[in-house]
Write a protein that binds this ligand. Structure first.
Ligand code: IPM
Ligand code: MG
Length: 363
């Protein structure tokens, strides 16, 4: 098959980790006789420096004409410490999500048994963890208007908005993932289950979520168990009884926070891939950020990005055996201690990528 892949390395460690994922995708193409064409685009601080815009139109057009997007990371301390900066790299990420209509963000949290000692939780706590966070990505307080300051500048405000249609479309994604991952045995849950995480005891938007999800569940997915959990309790349950979760369905900001929390269960945030999709092209990115302290040092963990590339093969291209092969080679690397320092290893970023692509050649 021929596929065109847009690569948006972004900032910090973004260029290094995407380079390793591209290396592995090239190895997959060689092994399985596909043609992957990679075209690069600017995003984030890197784009601001060259064009003045964090998500230039050219990059948007590149994404739209591609079969999938591989994204690295965004963010630069230069902007974090300057609250008066007019353009910020993160605006590029948010604009990209909005302009590409990427309303569904899928963040699977999977344990690699040989790394269980790296988890800050006791082995008996994490036993059986196999969950997916389904985060709404283009609504809520991240995008709601009005936002800003009052005239005197002494009061700031953000707005959290959700429509029934926005809640319905993301909820369908979550219910389907619960059914699919259960049917394929990819998830270890006893039953397909969706936990809606909200703050319905306080927020009007959360009460709408409960109403809509309850109706949709009864009408379209009665075979899935549905439970509700307040977000503060969910934050606690994620570290006290994480194996009880299967699919966590939640709004944009709660999903942002809980997915970082969930990632530590596995031992490193450097292991978690994600997929985003919606109206157009699908996008794949590690859930971690740009880790500027490590930029250019060849020490960042490329596994989350390589695993995101495996999700791309499966979700965007329906290349099941290729995705399985790439994932298997990542597991071989992990089991053979080909690890970066976040996981207690001594390997460089490029060494991990080289090892995995060599494993693919011999696969
Ligand atoms: C993420 C990130 C982004 C978010 C930031 C960089 C704007 O934390 O993808 O989780 O908050 O969505
Ligand atoms: Mg985040």
């Amino acid at each position: 098959m021929q596929k065109q892949i847009a690569v948006l390395p972004g900032d910090g460690i973004g260029p290094e980790i995407t380079a390793e994922a591209v290396k592995c995708l090239k190895a997959v193409a060689g092994k399985f006789e596909h043609q992957f064409k990679f075209e690069y685009g600017l995003v984030g601080a890197a784009a601001i420096e060259k064009t003045g815009e964090p998500y230039p139109l050219e990059t948007h057009q590149l994404c739209l004409r591609s079969d999938a997007v591989l994204f690295g990371a965004i963010g630069d301390p230069k902007y974090d410490n300057n609250p008066s900066a007019k353009v910020r790299p993160e605006q590029g990420l948010l604009k990209m999500r909005q302009d590409l209509g990427l309303f569904a963000n899928i963040r699977p949290v999977e344990l690699f048994p040989s790394l269980s000692a790296r988890s800050p939780l006791k082995p008996e706590r994490i036993k059986g963890v196999s969950l997916t966070v389904v985060r709404e990505l283009t609504g809520g307080i991240y995008f709601g208007e009005p936002r800003g300051r009052n005239q005197e500048g002494n009061v700031a405000f953000d707005t959290c908005l959700y429509s029934i249609a926005e809640i319905e479309r993301i909820s369908r994604v979550a219910f389907k993932i619960a059914l699919d991952t259960f049917a394929t045995g990819e998830r270890l849950a006893a039953n397909p289950k969706v936990t809606l995480v909200d703050k319905a005891n306080v927020l009007a938007t959360s009460r709408l979520w409960r109403e809509v999800v309850t109706r949709l569940h009864a009408e379209e997915f009665p075979e899935v168990t549905l439970e509700f959990m307040f977000v503060d309790n969910a934050a606690m349950q994620l570290v006290t009884a994480p194996a009880n979760f299967h699919v966590i369905l939640t709004e944009n900001m709660f999903g942002d926070i809980l997915s970082d929390e969930a990632s530590v269960l596995t031992g490193s945030i450097g292991l978690l891939p994600s997929a985003s999709y919606g109206a157009n092209v699908q996008l794949f990115e590690p859930i971690h950020g740009s880790f500027p302290q490590a930029a250019g040092k060849n020490i960042a963990n490329p596994l989350a990005t390589i695993l995101s590339a495996a999700m791309m093969l499966q979700n965007a291209f329906s290349m099941d055996k290729e995705a399985a092969a790439l994932k298997k080679c990542c597991i071989t690397a992990i089991e053979n201690n080909i690890l970066t320092e976040d996981l207690g290893g001594t390997c460089t970023t490029s060494h991990v990528g080289d090892y995995i692509s060599r494993q693919l050649e011999d696969y």
